[in-house]
Design a protein around this ligand. Structure first.
Ligand SMILES: Cc1cc2nc3c(=O)[nH]c(=O)nc-3n(C[C@H](O)[C@H](O)[C@H](O)COP(=O)(O)OP(=O)(O)OC[C@H]3O[C@@H](n4cnc5c(N)ncnc54)[C@H](O)[C@@H]3O)c2cc1C
Length: 374
């Protein structure tokens, strides 16, 4: 075939946290990696940019220069009324802007030899017995393995015939900037705000950044009428409608993890949102993107040295390490998001639930521990 370049061990489609981390781990192991990205990098990505402690703990490089804020105080509310606050001795969530964070990982992988082609949309992926053919706007590429790190609407997943009926939630987020001197960002500094039940089966958040706030609403329902109305109401309730200006209001789907799905073929596999790996309660996906990228890199590197591709091991490892715990999160979500008067009172009268939830966010315990204790 004309215009086909053959030289890669692995092609990764998508340069979010999953693709960036996987490229880093593979190129560090001296594999020939090509990253393909449809946008021009660095690119804006709608996301609250909250890196939980467990996500920061597995990062291979220091992100001090790109961190926007460190939150030590967690504030939870339920039904706009009941409140819970917890202070931790460590930043429970480190705030970043995704353009900088995602590009940071890509640049680190380039330093180890990964190649990048941005502004290059992948149009199709075809798997053959001995190689994979990737067709893009800028030519065709061949590799031994293909990785779908192309997010929730993954073209790679569709091309490989994987994840045919993904379970999805929806989020809407705005970047909120002070508009005059009456706006006071400093009260949000160092604090993480999660307000449950301000939207059906979901929550609203306020995450502080260097010069603004990332504010949004997320529902675990697959679709919801008038999500903008819930967002506007939330801004009003929080006193952010006046004196602040909302820029780049964007909606996006979030996968709801927890199903036992096959995440690989003979020569392909999915990581991050493409694999449906987001927390069924909070929608957190960055940690799971990073971690699945690491697991994938290890399995692929071992397979390629043995000259025998055994990618089924990837699905098995992700099931054991991530999806098994998501199942417990799904049970808790059913109980928590179907708030009856009884559940509401239970949560309100004891801090046990909230204490346990904060420990999960911090990465100090799993959802399975939380489920068993409660
Ligand atoms: C409003 C909102 C707030 C969120 N807040 C948080 C949070 O605070 N903390 C957290 O942990 N998670 C959060 N999430 C979830 C988090 O954003 C995702 O889980 C995370 O981005 C998944 O990373 P990824 O690398 O799998 O995919 P993505 O980050 O989606 O990256 C996919 C990449 O693939 C590229 N791509 C797609 N198709 C193609 C193609 N055909 N060819 C080439 N390139 C392609 C895209 O341009 C993109 O760069 C939030 C999500 C939303 C919607």
């Amino acid at each position: 075939m004309n215009n086909t370049y053959t030289d890669y061990d692995v092609i990764i489609v998508g340069t979010g946290p999953a693709g960036g981390m996987c490229a880093y781990e593979l190129s560090k192991r001296n594999l020939r990696v090509l990253l393909l990205e449809k946008e021009k990098l660095p690119r804006y990505k709608v996301c609250a940019g909250g890196l939980t402690k467990k996500a920061v703990d597995i990062l291979p490089e220091d992100i001090r220069d790109i961190a926007e804020n460190y939150t030590f105080n967690t504030h939870l509310t339920l039904n706009h009324r009941w409140r819970f606050a917890k202070t931790t001795s460590f930043p429970i969530v480190t705030m970043v802007m995704r353009d900088k964070f995602d590009y940071f990982l890509v640049q680190k992988s380039q330093a180890y030899g990964a190649s990048l082609l941005d502004q290059t949309r992948v149009n199709s992926v075809e798997e053959f017995p001995d190689y994979v053919l990737v067709t893009t706007e800028k030519g065709n590429f061949k590799s031994k393995v293909i990785i779908g790190a192309d997010g929730v609407t993954s073209l790679v997943a569709r091309s490989l015939g994987l994840r045919k009926k993904p379970k999805l939630g929806v989020a809407l987020e705005g970047e909120i900037f002070p508009n005059n001197d009456s706006a006071n960002l400093s009260i949000y500094d160092g604090s993480l705000q999660l307000d449950f039940n301000v939207i059906p089966k979901g929550y609203g958040w306020i995450f502080p950044k260097r010069d603004h706030l990332s504010v949004g609403v997320f529902t675990t329902l697959p679709r919801i009428k008038e999500i903008k109305r819930y967002f506007s109401f939330y801004l009003e309730r929080k006193g952010l409608a006046k004196n602040y200006i909302c820029c780049s209001l964007v909606g996006h789907q979030i996968p709801i993890g927890g199903r036992d799905e096959i995440l690989n073929t003979k020569r392909g596999l999915l990581i991050g949102d493409a694999a449906g790996l987001a927390d069924p309660i909070t929608g957190e996906g960055i940690y799971f993107g990073l971690r699945s990228g690491q697991i994938a890199a290890k399995v692929i590197a071992q397979s390629l040295t043995r000259d025998c591709l055994l990618l089924d091991e990837y699905t098995q490892k992700v099931r054991n390490e991530i999806i098994a715990d998501f199942k417990f999160a799904s049970y808790i979500a059913k109980f928590f998001y179907n708030l009856s008067f009884f559940t509401y009172n239970l949560v309100r009268k004891t801090n046990k639930f909230s204490e346990a939830f904060v420990r999960v966010v911090a990465g100090e315990q799993s959802y399975s521990d939380m489920f068993k204790n409660i």
